[in-house]
Design a protein. Structure first.
Length: 708
């Protein structure tokens, strides 16, 4: 767990709108998952392709342009990406949401429904179970036809009404039936080139992924359109998931991954609509064009005296996969006029975030302040607070019409890469303010920025109350699942115990239970089994726990007798080995063995007595146990034997393992006149002759040294 939530990335089709993207995020939150980023499937494929390439052009060189074609089960997506070392940029995307592998399956299903209706008089669509089986077999047949061009059979046993059905089809017939679907392939390919303003000669490679891209007719049409061989370096089934996992690893602090900058695009143009402040009517402005870079922010300037609403919508409905064009409504509140009664300047920041979701992220009111007496007026328009509402490099500031400007086209102030503002003229060419003629110097004005609250009303957005309710219900369902699992586990434990004991009573445990007790216990097990499948089918967890305890009350003594009979001889054997070892030590001590002669006589006498007592105890218990009936409890338990062995070890081992005392060699005694026997003691005084000789040897061994 990276946190209280499991942090994940999700891939969504590139044609998902705001409503669908927000729904995925809400679903992840309800499931207890922390979605770090929604990533377009086409972008994930480009990341999986580009992150491993070592031969990409340098950042200052011309980028390498690659087309990615993803034909999956339910959708057809195409994207163009420009690659540089450490950077990938999506140039354009196109899609056909009604073209996918399932649509080709539908063609086969319709064909065989008609064949079986004529041949076997069967209405396949009237039986959902039979229809599902037909879909599965048609999908298998489609995959076989991708690798074989000969006639292939389709056989289903007991398809409907106990009738076996069969049919035959080949690839040529299938492609003829699918001609309408195949004709839709070139449309997105042509569209993506037109959007990116590229020629077919500008394309470096065409990479295909997706399960349905393996169909020969699909490959042939894509290859013919671009006039080059297709590339299949990516895993067709795992490319999207691999790219998504790589993006997650890039953002995770636990993995060290090559850094790569990803620039995505806005799939559909987004516009803002508002009520005009000058006359009755609506103002309109496209804030994000199709294939605009994302994530991205823009600041729009309005002139208003009171709160005003904004409505965001998709301005090109024909491109959308569904007819709903509304994104949401946003109400900018607490707007007040200036002290002079004129309209206030309101800056609204709109943004498309990393999830591809549009939002009005903030709004601020710019108030004009009068300078105090004796204070020189100063320009404070670019305060740090206001700079926070601007993009660092790539932000555009767009002035929208209001009370002062009327309903004219908005003027655009773009911020270039150097951070200098440029003002667009009517012909669209930037005109630098430095080239303008000098004008009368205007007095500088002090301003103050006030943050304004924004009331959001997003289309099909769950409210906080509804979302919290769903979270609460999800928690309740998780707890119910946990309780149900525990209940089923308790029931399974009873069932497992019944089957296990019923088999062992007549095999492994047979001699440890008397015939009357065995018959009674077997009857009890049989009654419990019948109860499990009748009245006990759906009982509370505690009922199963009590039933298992009732059975174990009869079966546990039998199991304990079996365990004692199996483990008792082993433990007795270990105790016997320990006794024999101590007896050998006592015998060696009595034989005056040099190894044990240092031991104390009184302690060894005590050891001998304890060993004899243990030997007598073990012999008596073993004799009693051999005469005991196996159906009765053991005379002595394994735990008692182990306790006896532990007691013997603690009292005897410290005595017999006592080490011998060390004997020190006496040093030669010195006499008053010198060393004994005329020998020099080690480390003592040397005679003058010996000292001179020793100095001569040491000087000969000492290395020569030059001393400055």
């Amino acid at each position: 767990m990276l946190s209280s939530y499991l942090k994940l990335h999700y891939c969504v089709p590139s044609f998902f709108t705001d409503v669908e993207r927000r729904s995925v995020i809400d679903a992840a939150q309800i499931a207890g998952l922390n979605c770090l980023r929604l990533m377009n499937e086409t972008t994930a494929v480009t990341l999986a392709y580009g992150i491993y390439k070592q031969d990409l052009p340098a950042p200052e060189e011309k980028p390498r342009t690659v087309v990615f074609v993803d034909l999956g089960h339910s959708g057809f997506q195409v994207s163009v990406c420009a690659f540089n070392k450490g950077k990938l940029k999506i140039l354009a995307t196109a899609f056909a949401s009604a073209l996918g592998g399932k649509d080709f399956d539908e063609v086969l299903v319709n064909h065989f429904c008609e064949v079986f209706g004529k041949k076997y008089k069967l209405d396949v669509r009237s039986k959902p179970r039979a229809l599902v089986r037909l879909y599965q077999e048609c999908e298998k047949l489609k995959k076989l036809m991708s690798a074989n061009c000969s006639d292939l059979p389709l056989n289903i046993e007991c398809f409907m009404n106990d009738i076996d059905v069969t049919g035959v089809l080949n690839r040529a017939q299938f492609e003829e039936m699918s001609a309408g679907l195949l004709s839709k392939v070139e449309g997105p390919l042509q569209s993506v080139l037109e959007q990116a303003k590229l020629k077919k000669e500008d394309i470096y490679a065409v990479e295909i992924v997706g399960g349905a891209s393996r169909m020969p007719a699909i490959k042939e049409r894509i290859s013919k359109f671009f006039g080059k061989e297709l590339s299949t370096t990516l895993n067709a089934d795992e490319a999207v998931a691999r790219g998504c996992a790589l993006q997650c690893a890039i953002l995770s602090p636990a993995f060290k991954v090559r850094e790569i900058c990803i620039t995505d695009v806005v799939p559909f143009p987004i516009s803002l609509k508002w009520s005009s402040a000058v006359e009755e009517g609506l103002g309109d402005c496209e804030v994000f064009t199709k294939n605009h870079a994302a994530p991205f922010s823009k600041v729009l300037t309005f002139y208003r005296k009171e709160a005003f609403p904004l409505e965001a919508y998709y301005s090109d409905p024909k491109d959308l996969p569904h007819p709903n064009t509304t994104i949401g409504q946003f109400l900018v509140r607490n707007v007040v006029p200036q002290a002079s009664g004129e309209c206030s300047k309101v800056k609204v920041k709109v943004r498309v975030n990393v999830h591809g979701v549009f939002s009005v992220s903030s709004a601020s009111l710019v108030e004009l302040l009068k300078p105090t007496e004796g204070e020189e007026p100063m320009e404070t328009d670019h305060t740090p607070k206001e700079d926070e509402n601007k993009m660092q490099v790539d932000q555009e500031e767009q002035k929208c019409p209001g009370d002062v400007n009327g309903d004219k086209k908005p003027e655009v102030d773009e911020m270039d890469a150097t951070g200098q503002n440029q003002t667009s003229t009517e012909d669209g060419k930037p005109e630098k303010k430095a080239d303008q003629p000098s004008q009368t110097k205007k007095p500088k004005v002090k301003t103050k920025t006030v943050e304004l609250p924004i009331e959001n009303k997003l289309d099909w957005q769950l409210s906080n109350e509804t979302l919290n309710l769903f979270l609460e219900n999800e928690g309740k369902m998780i707890m119910q699942d946990k309780l149900e699992k525990e209940r089923n586990d308790a029931k399974n434990n009873v069932e497992e115990y019944v089957y296990d004991m019923r088999d062992k009573l007549h095999s492994l445990l047979e001699k440890f239970v008397s015939p009357p007790d065995r018959d009674a216990f077997s009857l009890k097990l049989e009654d419990t089994e019948i109860w499990l499948y009748e009245d006990g089918e759906d009982q509370l967890k505690q009922v199963y726990i009590d039933k298992l305890a009732e059975l174990k009350q009869l079966g546990q003594p039998i199991i304990e007798r079996y365990v004692e009979a199996e483990e008792g001889p082993k433990v007795f054997a270990e105790l016997g080995k320990q006794i024999q070892m101590y007896m050998k030590v006592v015998a060696a001590y009595k034989a005056k063995d040099e190894q044990y002669e240092h031991l104390d006589e009184l302690e060894m006498t005590r050891v001998e007595k304890q060993v004899s007592d243990a030997m007598a105890w073990m012999s008596g218990k073993m004799n009693q146990q051999s005469k005991q009936d196996p159906t009765q409890g053991p005379v002595v338990r394994v735990s008692e034997i182990q306790a006896k062995a532990k007691e013997l070890y603690s009292s005897c081992n410290s005595v017999v393992s006592k080490p011998k005392p060390k004997v020190e060699i006496p040093k030669d005694e010195k006499t008053a006149n010198g060393p004994v026997n005329g020998q020099a003691e080690a480390g003592g005084e040397k005679t003058p002759a010996e000292g001179a000789e020793q100095d001569t040897i040491e000087n000969a061994k000492r290395p020569e040294m030059d001393i400055d």
